[in-house]
Design a protein around this ligand. Structure first.
Ligand code: ZN
Length: 163
């Protein structure tokens, strides 16, 4: 049986009703406008915390792919919730338009369904690069250690090797 993991944009855009929907408490807290609150009151949405071990697993993947800089705590919990649901024997589908969520989901072999944008076809990762000399720099450095220029995130495609 499939379970749909819903993020807040899915609620804002009133993405159709899925038979079985689940989200994390943080998503519910993000919903403030009254029409979305109304919408929430008549859809059947399960609110659930992900397993701690699943959160750690997602953080590990996101650090490796560089998506950790783009993901909010809520995003990580949504991805972890999908893993949790999978462990319980369901087939999770994450409903989101967020590219970083889609990317991490793909690496974790979780299905996604996009709301407006088309899903990404290639996996990519973020690399921290110097604006001046274009050198790749370590995590946590604010300025290039060589030329002192600003650091930016550069998106590169990756080939996944099966683990
Ligand atoms: Zn530099």
């Amino acid at each position: 049986m499939e379970k749909y993991i819903i993020d807040s944009s899915a609620i804002f855009f009133r993405k159709g009703l899925y038979p079985s929907m689940v989200t994390v408490p943080e998503v519910i807290k993000e919903i403030r406008d009254s029409s979305s609150v109304d919408y929430l009151s008549f859809i059947d949405l399960e609110v659930k915390e992900p397993d701690g071990s699943c959160v750690e697993e997602i953080e590990k993947i996101a650090k490796r792919s560089g998506d950790i800089y783009r993901l909010s705590e809520t995003d990580i919990k949504l991805l972890a919730l999908a893993l949790t649901v999978r462990k319980e024997g369901f087939e999770p589908v994450i409903v989101t338009d967020d590219y970083s969520i889609q990317n991490v989901a793909k690496i974790a072999q979780l299905k996604t369904d996009s709301i407006i944008q088309k899903g990404i076809s290639k996996e990519f990762m973020w690399i921290r690069r110097c604006r001046g000399c274009k050198r790749e720099v370590e995590d946590g450095t604010e300025r290039c250690p060589i030329c002192g220029s600003e650091i930016y995130l550069s998106r590169v495609k990756i080939k996944r090797d099966k683990t």
